[in-house]
Design a protein around this ligand. Sequence first.
Ligand SMILES: [Zn+2]
Length: 477
Amino acid sequence: MTLRLYDTATRTVRDFVPLVDGHASIYYCGATVQGAPHIGHLRSGLNFDILRRWLSHRGYDVTMVRNITDIDDKIIAKAAEAGRPWWAHAAIYEQAFRDGYQILGCLPPTVEPRATGHVTEMISLMQRLIDSGHAYPVAGDVYFDVRSFPEYGALSGQRIDEMLPAGDSVGDSRKRDPRDFALWKAAKPDEPSWPTPWGAGRPGWHLECSAMAGKYLGAQFDIHGGGLDLIFPHHENELAQSAAVGDGFAQYWLHNGWVTMAGEKMSKSLGNTVSVSAMAKQWRPVELRYYLGAAHYRSAIEYSPVALKEASVAYAKIENFVQRAVELVGRPELEPADLPDVFGKAMDDDLGVPQALAVVHNTRREGNIGLERGDQEIVSIALRRVLAMTSALGLNPLDWQASGDTGRQSALTSTVDRLVRLALQQRQDARLRKDYAASDAIRDALAEAGVLVEDTSDGPRWTLAPTTHSHDAQRDR
Ligand SMILES: [Zn+2]
C-alpha cells in the first residue's frame, strides 16, 4: 500500500515518495498570534496532526515544523488597542494557540520557531534574492520582483497579468510592478524593527516561512501545509522566494478546507468565529476532535451545533463499546496486525477519514453483537481493531481517559464532589443533633443517586456505585 496525497501544485493525487527513505518532513504554517484561536484555526492544525500521525503510523520518522508569526501589522495594531507591548500581546496568544492545539490532542511539533528569532536567516535569503536579480531595495523596503520569476502564479493557477496588485503595498509607485510583494518593510516610528544592510525594518509575512523552512528542513522538503486561504498570496510567494534562488522547496502542497458559518469562511475580520474556549465549556475536547477531524480535510465543514451533537453521540458509541469490551476481556496490548487493511486503505487514499471512521463504526457494531452473545473472541478482536484504529486517529477512548479526561468531565467531577460533600455535612449535622431520621434520609437519597457513603475513621468517604448498563440503551445496530 502506498500513501497518496492530493497535491495542490499539480492538482492531482500523487504517490507519496519522500526525499529521504523512511523520513517525512512537514512545514505547516502556524498562527499569526494576534488573538485567540477559533475552531477554523484549530481544524487546520488538527488536519495536519492526523497527517503526521498517519505518516508515523506508516513507519516514517516525521519532522514537523509549525511556525509562529509573532510580528505583523495586526499584532502591532491589536497590542496598541489592548495597551500592551507587541511582544506581550504575541506571547499571550501564542500560548492560547498552543493550549488550543493541545486541548484537541495535537502532538507538539518537532520545533515551533518564531519569526522574530530568524531575522538573520531572512537577511541572508534577501541577500541571495537581491544578488540573483529577484529582489530590490527601495528606501528601506525590499520587494520581490515577480516578473523575474516566470513560474509566478503556477501554484495558485493564475496568470501574472490577471493578478491583482500585492495587498501589502497597494499603490506603491516605487515598485517595478504593482504585483511585487514586500519581503521587508522599512521601520515606522514607534514600531519594532531589526537592523539590515538596507535599513531597519521588520519582516514581511511570506519571507519568514521561506527562511524558517530552509533553516529547519533544508533547501527542499516533503510537505508544505496550511489552510486553503494560504495558497495565494502566502504560499505562492513563499514558493517564489525559495525557488527563485534555486531551492527545491516543498515536493507536495497540502491545503485543508475551511470551517464555515452560513457558507462564509470563519474569520476574525468577518466576526463569525466560535472560540475554542467557549466550545470547550460545552463539549469534551475529544468530542471536538472527533467533530473537526471527521470530515475529509479538503472539504468545508459548515459549523452547526446539531452536527456537533451528532458527532458527540457517535463518539460516545465508540466509548461505550470500548468500556464494555474492556470490562469483559481486559485492555489488550495492540499489535500492528490489529489495524484492519480496509482502514489503512482509506487513510492511504488522501487521508480518507470519513471512510476510515465508517470502518471503526462497523467494527464497533460487530463487537456489540459479540457483547450481546457473550462471545469473548468476537469482542476481543473488535476491541483490538477499534483501539488500533482510534489510536491512529488520536481518538483512542482509553488514552483520553488516561490523560485525565480534561475539560468538562473534570469540571463535572469537582462539582459533584462539592455537592456530595455538602450533603454529607448536612447528614453529619443531623447526627450531631440526634435527628437520625434526617441523617438516614440523606444517606438514602445519595444512594438513590448512585453515591455510596462509607464512614471511616477519617470521616465519611464517597464513591460512585458501579453502573449497570441497559444493553438496549447502549446498543446501536
Ligand atoms: Zn507560511
